[in-house]
Design a protein around this ligand. Structure first.
Ligand code: BF8
Ligand code: SF4
Length: 619
């Protein structure tokens, strides 16, 4: 049936049925209504960069082969891809900037409710920035660090500070290829400049700058986002949690946070735990206040506090259709503008919180570092009031157990303080290699099918999987992160994970936390004295949809990680671009992309790649 065709998840199928009954339009309905999607756009062959256009190039060679300005298919495709990467890098990096601003406000005493939680990490990152930390109070270090990080964002000729964490060989490669990232904003701004009509019309030079732009995200904006989040809210440690729509509770006030930046969700969490508000909830007849997450801000809370996650990207409308959510608070990114309409059919109050993100049908209550604590309390009070308005609820499944919180620090500590045991297991062949499975859901792919199937095939074949974002939520829902999930793993991986007491699939966080995978890969490369591109590792994004995912895939490849995409990016209009991205980049950065929508085949590609890297290392 149609429900099973759309999603592999039981909660998704049952909720789709419920949504149909309630006459709720979902992302799948709207996708169907768009079909067939524009073939020119699918191939990247349409251009609306300027007002002499819009233009399109005929892929069959019969109609026009150039836009009004004279741009051919190669230029148009490369320009479009470059702009996708610029948007993705901007999204992650601006998220990072918001955290730096909170750090600055904490240092100045203007952010009640926020604090420095991980002083060790603050000091370590400050040292990376060359800040003298001797005899300085944490708040003073925090102020200096925030200032230094702001410097990384702006115009500068130097290299980004944190690229020093990449292996030496990799940095030399970036310098020689001319793709070493400078300012974080600079690279995005330069991409917008280069893709203006009449600027960079070399498809190769455009794509090289696209690599640099993506690196400014992976080794800049996203890395800052993760590090400052750890400093402010704590570096994750392994924590049990529960996932799927069953984490909502019939007899409690359900509050859901959706979006990305922990700056809002952490304050909501604090408020949900305050005794006077809990008392108030009980007075209203609820057993308590139940906070659950969606998407990446959900993963942020899951990683640090074991807060349950109700679902990933394609589940966000369906969570509201339970009728059990008193309030959903959103910040930014991946929040479908349809959510307000869905909520209008139920009692759910929808709150937007960021000065840069508004949505139809939502009430706007803006969070700033100085008002966050009070505003969070006020909103939770209102959510509790709303409990009385609740109608019938439908929560059709039981939650699934999972373990998350695998920061690099936590992994190294599980290994006994050094990456050596993991390397030994890889050398001995018990673990063949490590694969990152990351990214979104996309209605073009059966929901969660790509993530779960690929992950199963990999762990069966003794490949350790690390995951983030919506992929990480998918495999958790599928039970691959339960303590006893090692029963799904091959014999070697089962033995190693069993001895360490970890699942074969490690939740490393939200999408900005993909940098944790980069740092892990760098640690392995350093320990082996090689480059990241020599390692038996791979990346994949089986169900990606967002511009952020394009930036992530690109910085993975530019960092030396072979990366397999599920859905095809809009580049097939230029064979030159396709060839460069899937083959030519091997000569530039020692890694390239592959595209394979079938996760069974993607698993084979990754296994083949990992085995070839093992052979090259003599393993
Ligand atoms: O940053 S995986 S659908 S929620 S873009 Fe979005 Fe994709 Fe999910 Fe988080 Ni990432
Ligand atoms: Fe057309 Fe060139 Fe303008 Fe693009 S930049 S819309 S191809 S004229």
């Amino acid at each position: 049936n149609i429900y099973e065709k759309n999603t592999i998840t039981e909660d998704g199928q049952l909720m789709l049925k419920k949504a149909e009954k309630d006459q709720i339009e979902t992302v799948w309905d709207r996708y169907q209504a768009q079909l067939p999607q524009c073939g020119y756009c699918e191939m990247g062959l349409s251009c609306r960069v300027c007002n002499m256009g819009p233009c399109r190039v005929d892929p069959f060679g019969e109609g026009p082969q150039k836009g009004v300005c004279g741009a051919d298919a190669d230029i148009i495709v490369a320009r479009n891809l470059g702009r996708m990467i610029a948007a993705g890098a901007a999204a992650h990096s601006d998220h990072g900037r918001d955290l730096v601003e909170v750090l600055e406000n904490v240092a100045e005493g203007n952010a009640p409710g926020y604090a420095i939680t991980d002083v060790e990490k603050l000091k370590q990152v400050a040292l990376d920035y060359g800040i003298n930390i001797d005899e300085k109070a944490p708040l003073r270090i925090a102020g200096e660090l925030a200032h230094a990080m702001q410097g990384d964002y702006g115009t500068r000729k130097k290299e980004l500070t944190l690229v020093k964490r990449a292996p030496k060989k990799r940095r030399e490669l970036w310098r020689n290829a001319g793709i070493m990232p400078r300012g974080i904003d600079r690279e995005t701004s330069e991409m917008m400049h280069r893709t203006h009509m009449g600027v960079d019309n070399g498809w190769q030079s455009l794509l090289l700058h696209a690599l640099r732009n993506a690196l400014s995200d992976g080794w800049g904006g996203s890395l800052i986002a993760t590090e400052v989040s750890d400093i402010l809210f704590g570096t994750p440690k392994p924590t049990p949690n529960t996932v799927n729509i069953g984490v909502l509770k019939e007899d409690e006030v359900n509050i859901v946070v959706h979006g990305h930046n922990p700056v809002v969700s952490e304050m909501i969490l604090q408020a949900c735990q305050e005794p006077d508000l809990l008392r108030m909830a009980k007075e209203k007849g609820a057993k308590g206040i139940n906070l659950a997450g969606l998407c990446c801000t959900g993963s942020e809370l899951l990683m640090r506090h074991g807060i349950p996650v109700a679902g990933n990207h394609l589940m966000t409308e369906l969570v509201i259709a339970t009728g059990a959510v008193e309030m959903m608070l959103v910040d930014y990114q991946c929040i479908m503008p349809s959510l307000g309409t869905v909520a209008s059919c139920y009692h759910t109050r929808m709150i937007s919180t960021s000065d840069k993100a508004r949505f139809p049908g939502m009430e706007h209550r803006e969070f700033h570092p100085d008002n966050s604590r009070e505003l969070a309390r006020e909103l939770i009070r209102e959510a509790i009031e709303n409990y009385e308005q609740r109608g019938q609820v439908y929560i059709p499944v039981e939650p699934v157990q999972s373990v998350g919180g695998f920061s690099v620090e936590a992994i190294i500590s599980a290994l006994g303080g050094t990456p050596a045991p993991l390397l030994e297991a890889i050398k001995a062949g018990k673990i063949r290699g490590v694969a990152g499975v990351v990214g979104c859901n996309n209605p073009k792919i059966r929901h969660d099918h790509g993530h779960v199937t690929l992950t199963q095939r990999l762990i069966e074949n003794d490949i350790l999987v690390v995951d983030t974002g919506c992929a990480a939520i998918a495999t958790a829902k599928a039970g691959l992160k339960m303590a006893d999930a090692i029963r799904y793993a091959g014999p070697g991986l089962k033995e190693v994970c069993g001895a360490l007491g970890i699942p074969p699939v490690l939740h490393m966080g939200s999408c900005v936390d993909n940098v944790r995978i980069l740092i892990l890969a760098s640690a392995l490369a350093d320990a082996l004295g090689c480059d990241i591109s020599d390692l038996p590792v791979a990346g994949s994004a089986p169900e990606w949809y967002s511009e952020k995912a394009v930036s992530i895939g690109t910085y993975f490849v530019a960092s030396g990680v072979y990366t397999v995409l599920g859905p095809m990016p809009p580049i097939t209009g230029s064979m030159n671009v396709v060839k460069l991205l899937t083959e030519g980049l091997n000569d530039v950065v020692g890694a390239a992309f592959a595209v394979e929508p079938d996760p069974e085949k993607a698993a084979l590609l990754i296994r083949r790649h990992i085995e070839s890297k093992r052979r090259a290392l003599g393993l």
